[in-house]
Design a protein around this ligand. Structure first.
Ligand code: MN
Length: 247
């Protein structure tokens, strides 16, 4: 069974080398998020030569206001990877200036990635899904994966129309609200993630291999067996990357 982790902060585990080795050894496709452009090269160096792990370039919304000066660096690094994340908006903050800085940063990244055309974006949208969806818009020229999407339903429906994918994690599926969201996503748009090490599974920080625990839940929801559910996620992942099959 091939597992896919589209959103894992590999560089934030104390034993990141072991996490990387586990993904390589088990053949788990893992997209390694970074939260600021200044750590990207270190993460990229770590994944150099890896078959299953790719380093993503990001600027996390919760760091956007304090790291806005790193946007030019992000611009410079953009040609070095096809994978972008973690990016997006987070409206847990009530601060209008902070939110405005987040929107500036996200808007710039979206537009640079649109110009590049073949990027795969992992996007955070906590309490900001309506703005995230509106900023991505219809016909966005890249692959957008909404990570840990939490509603509302109106933004979900619009994102589906706009061609977005949704990556679901164990914590999300432990909650009734998360399962309700999953049930509203067309099966061909569902992907899997751990968001490790932030998400915990049975008291330990989730690792890419913990994706195996989500598969039976997906299988139950879709009324298919686990092997078929895993294959569907793998097919969805290939579809998400299919714009440029040479990557
Ligand atoms: Mn994350």
């Amino acid at each position: 069974m091939r597992l896919i982790d589209t959103h894992c902060h590999v560089d934030l585990y104390p034993d990141y080398k072991a996490v990387l080795w586990e993904s390589e050894h088990a053949g788990i496709y893992t997209i390694a998020m970074t939260n600021t452009p200044s750590v990207f090269r270190r993460c990229a160096a770590l994944t150099r030569g890896a078959r299953f792990v790719r380093a993503a370039l990001g600027l996390h919304p919760e760091l956007a206001a304090t790291r806005e000066r790193e946007v030019p660096l992000l611009d410079e690094l953009l040609p070095e990877t096809r994978y972008i994340g973690e990016i997006g908006l987070d409206y847990v903050t009530e601060d209008a200036e902070d939110r405005a800085a987040q929107r500036r940063v996200f808007e710039t990244i979206l537009s640079r990635c649109a110009t590049a055309g073949d990027k795969v974006l992992s996007v955070h949208s906590r309490r900001a899904a309506a703005d995230v969806t509106a900023m991505i818009g219809a016909g966005y020229p890249g692959t957008v994966i909404l990570h840990w999407f939490s509603g509302p339903k109106s933004a979900l429906d619009r994102s589906v129309e706009q061609g977005c994918y949704f990556s679901v994690n164990p914590t999300m599926l432990d909650a009734v609200a998360g399962r309700r969201i999953l049930a509203a996503i067309p099966p061909e748009r569902v992907l899997t993630e751990t968001d490790g090490p932030f998400v915990t599974v049975h008291g330990h920080p989730a690792r890419p291999s913990d994706i195996a625990q989500i598969i039976p839940q997906l299988a139950r929801l879709w009324a298919i067996d686990a092997v078929t559910a895993a294959r569907r996620i793998e097919d969805n992942f290939r579809q998400a990357l299919a714009h440029h099959p040479d990557h």
